[in-house]
Design a protein around this ligand. Sequence first.
Ligand code: ZN
Length: 324
Amino acid sequence: MTRGLLTTAVGSYPKPDYLLKARNQVARGKLDNKDLQELEKRATAHWIKVQEDLGMDVLVDGEMYRGDMVTYFSENMEGFAISGLVRSYGNRYYRKPIAVAPVGRSRPVSVEWWQYAQSLTDKPVKGMLTGPYTMADWSFNEYYPSREAFIIDLARSVHEEALDLERAGAEYIQIDEPAVSTRPDEMELAARALGIVTKGLRAFTITHVCYGDFASVFDQLIRLPVDMLDLEMANSNYELLKLLKGNSSDKYLSMGVVDVHNHVIETVDHVKRGIRLGLEVFPPERLYIDPDCGLKTRTDEEAIAKLQVTVTAVRETKKELGIE
Ligand SMILES: [Zn+2]
C-alpha cells in the first residue's frame, strides 16, 4: 500500500454571526478585546472540531481572530500605521497598512493562536503567515526608498516569526502569497523574499498562491523556495496540471478541488475526477487535497459541505486505488 492524499485546507473559515457582531461592538467601543478574544477562541474550537469530525489530516485554525490577512500582521508589528477604509475589489473595504518607519516585530504575532489551536487536537495544525511580497503589495510605503527594500525587510520579520512557530512545535508552516503572481516582472524579487523566509527552516513549508496568470510565471512559480505549492485547480478546470506535468521537480502539491467562489456544492464524482487528474501528475505521497482557497466568504453550511465532499472523494479514491 502506498501512502498519501492527505486532506487539508487553505486557511480561513467563515466567522460565526456572534463573532461578527462582537467585532462590530469592539469597533464601537461597546465590548473589550478580552471578551472578543474569548469568542474568537470559541469559534476556533468549533472549526478544529469540524475538521476533526470530518477526519481531515492537516488542520488550520480558521483565522477567526483576523480581519484582513495583511492588516492583522501589520497591526501587531512595529513601523506600520493603519489608513482609513480603502476599497479593494467590488464593494469590499479594508484598512490598509502604511509603512512609516522600519518594520519589525517586538514579539511573536501568531504563535499564541497557533498554540491554542494545536492544544485542541492531536492532528498537526499549520502555522499560517502572510508572505512579505503580499504584505508589501497590499500596504502603502511611506518610509522605504524602494519596494525592494520594503519587501526584503518584511521578509526578515516573517522569517523570525516562522522560526518562532517552528520552536513552538509547528510541523507545517504556510506562507500565504496570494499576490505573488500578479506582477510577472516582480516574481524574481518575490521568490528571493520567500527564500529569506524559509531559509534554514526544518518545518515543512508551503506557499498558497491565487488569482494570478500562473502560465506566464510558471517557470518561477515551480522553483519557489518551499516544499509545497498550494494552488487552486478546480476554479481553472485543472488547466495548470498540464503545465506541471513533467515539470514538477520534487515539489509537493496541495491541489484545490472545490471552487470557493460559488454556492454550488460539487458532487463526490466531480471531485474524484479532479483527484484522478492530479494523480496523473503527482504520486499520492506528494499530493495533498484541499479547497481552492480560504472558505471565509462561504456560509458555515457551505464551507462544511465543501470540506465534506473533499474528504469523501479522497476517502473513496484511496479505497479504489489502495492508498493508505
Ligand atoms: Zn487563495
